[in-house]
Design a protein around this ligand. Structure first.
Ligand SMILES: O=C([O-])CC(=O)C(=O)O
Ligand SMILES: [Mg+2]
Length: 537
């Protein structure tokens, strides 16, 4: 190809270097990205690219998922949130302040997409990843999740709405930071917050009638509270409770299959120890229990497979002042002094699986991991806390301390590890595998609500989506590069579950075969246009 074609000349084209079209601009973008020295700088660079040329941004994201997702999403998005008031450059999401109470509808109406909006991720910034209360700095988590909807499921960018509810923060250092972008007050009490949330959800329904709402990173009590308050009224789900529950169930099914073929322990006889009893821990435990009942166990039997641990040790029913969400799994069968050390708890429970949702870095010590390996031929260990800096166990330690026998999945990404001549690949048990497919299924089926069975079927579809090669490589999750295909399969399962529960409102789909519906879903996936022609001017 020669210099810029005359036919393409416009007043702006003269500013394009003559041999631009002989080069691959996407490679230039990657090289600029790789030249940045830390994650936060890479995040800022990509953010700028998204503003300059959104098509190119999504093309780079889709073509380089393994490199780009950990920047836009876990773990680097955690740094972006912590520093958001300082790195802020331009408006990019919707803020609704507690000071706007009474006028929320008008604020929502200012968002450009109006009735075309299909999916919102809403956070109040009160428990961002494992980083705690970041207040108005929480917006990037909503943006990162929506980028995965766009990249992973093919939702059209202009139909997404990232929302941060600015309700104050209890984190002193933000309140005294002169650059802090949010309202300078402490968080509201339950009554004030409930009134705000009720007005907000009602206004959302009116202004965006076709919207699916994903609640994200609310503090534990409020996560459960608002899910229960709104799930039968609106089209809403909580990613930390249900998305995490679903993705971990999925990985657990594949992990238990691997462990069972080594030990012979049937799925229903697994004993699962949860280290961490917040929204994610209890959400996952409930998801597993519900799955066990599907397998024929009574609720009581299913519940008895689960043990939960918080900062005070094994959670038992006789403990005073137990928080509401911890009561269901509190043990009634343990007699004796409180068990507080993880080693003692493991000796007592003899778990087949140890799941970490505690945000305590390196909580799974060498002793803990070696003990799990002594008790199990293939110990299942899932250190799921995010970001990496809060993860309970590093992958290379897990491999070393179990001589490679561990079945492993973490919440944040780890690289493959070489040990005694073999290469081991970690799983990433992150809800990013699940929420894009759940959201897409809910959007396409126009389901009135998001039911438990839609979430459960999403997990089963994800577990079943491994290819022959992935199964042979003993993976517990499929490779992320196939996320669009996987999301389409999940969406299909979600739509079928919505139909069974009679919450769907797209009658057309009922007459389509699975193959035809899958084709339809794939055809609906938005693609960025090829950007290596003429850059946006
Ligand atoms: O964002 C992630 O990576 C997973 C998640 O929802 C959380 O940790 O809160
Ligand atoms: Mg989350």
């Amino acid at each position: 190809m020669s210099a810029f074609p005359l036919s393409a000349l416009s007043s702006a084209a003269a500013r394009i270097p003559p041999y631009f079209l002989n080069t691959d601009h996407r490679q230039r973008v990657l090289s600029q990205l790789r030249g940045k020295h830390n994650g936060l700088e890479k995040y800022i660079y990509l953010n700028g690219l998204k503003e300059r040329d959104p098509n190119l941004f999504y093309e780079v994201l889709l073509g380089n998922m393994l490199e780009v997702i950990p920047i836009l999403y876990t773990p680097t998005v955690g740094d972006a949130c912590s520093n958001y008031s300082h790195i802020w450059r331009r408006p990019e999401g919707l803020y609704i302040s507690i000071e706007q109470k009474g006028n929320i509808k008008q604020v929502l109406r200012s968002w450009p997409s109006g009735q075309a909006a299909r999916i919102a991720v809403v956070t109040d910034g009160s428990r961002i990843l494992g980083l705690g209360d970041l207040g108005a700095n929480g917006l990037p988590i909503a943006i990162g999740k929506l980028d995965l909807y766009i990249g992973g499921a093919g939702i059209k960018p202009s139909t997404t709405v990232p929302i941060c509810l600015d309700l104050g923060t209890n984190t002193e250092k933000y309140l005294t930071d002169p650059l802090y972008l949010g309202v300078r007050r402490k968080r509201p009490d339950t009554e004030e917050m409930d009134a705000f949330m009720n007005e907000f959800m009602e206004a959302m329904q009116e202004v965006f009638p076709h919207l699916v709402v994903q609640f994200e990173d609310f503090s534990t009590d409020n996560a459960f509270r608002y899910l229960e308050m709104f799930r039968n009224k609106y089209r809403v789900f909580n990613d930390d409770i249900q998305g995490t529950g679903s993705v971990v169930l999925s990985g657990f099914l594949n992990a238990a299959r691997l462990a069972s073929s080594a030990s012979g322990t049937p799925l229903a006889d697994q004993r699962i120890l949860f280290f961490g009893a917040g929204s994610a821990g209890i959400g996952v435990a409930k998801q597993l229990t519900s799955f066990f009942t599907l397998q024929g166990l009574s609720e009581e039997e299913a519940r008895s497979r689960i043990y939960t641990v918080d900062s005070k040790g094994l959670i038992t029913a006789d403990r005073k002042g137990l928080q509401e969400h911890k009561k269901y799994f509190a043990r009634t069968d343990y007699q004796g002094p409180p068990l507080t050390s993880l080693i003692d708890i493991i000796e007592y429970v003899k778990p087949t699986a140890l799941l970490g949702l505690s945000t305590i870095q390196n909580a799974f010590t060498e002793d803990v991991v070696r003990l799990m390996a002594r008790l199990n031929t293939r110990p299942i260990i899932f250190p799921l806390s995010n970001p990496v800096s809060l993860c309970e166990l590093e992958y290379q330690d897990a491999i070393r301390w179990t001589n490679g026998s561990v079945v492993f999945a973490s919440g944040s990404p780890y690289k493959p590890v070489e040990f005694e001549g073999n290469i081991y690949e970690p799983g990433q048990g992150n809800n990013m595998y699940i929420f894009p497919g759940i959201g897409m299924g809910a959007i396409l089926s126009k389901s009135k609500h998001i039911t438990d069975s839609m979430v459960e079927q999403a997990a089963i579809a994800l577990a079943g989506s491994l290819t022959v090669e992935e199964t042979k490589a003993e993976l517990v999750y499929p490779r992320l590069t196939r996320i669009r295909d996987i999301s389409a399969q999940i969406a299909l399962a979600v739509i079928r579950a919505a139909q069974k529960d009679n919450v769907d409102e797209n009658a057309l789909f009922r007459n389509l075969s699975d193959d035809a519906l899958l084709e339809y879903i794939k055809a609906k996936q938005w693609q960025p246009t090829n950007t290596n022609s003429i850059p946006r001017l």
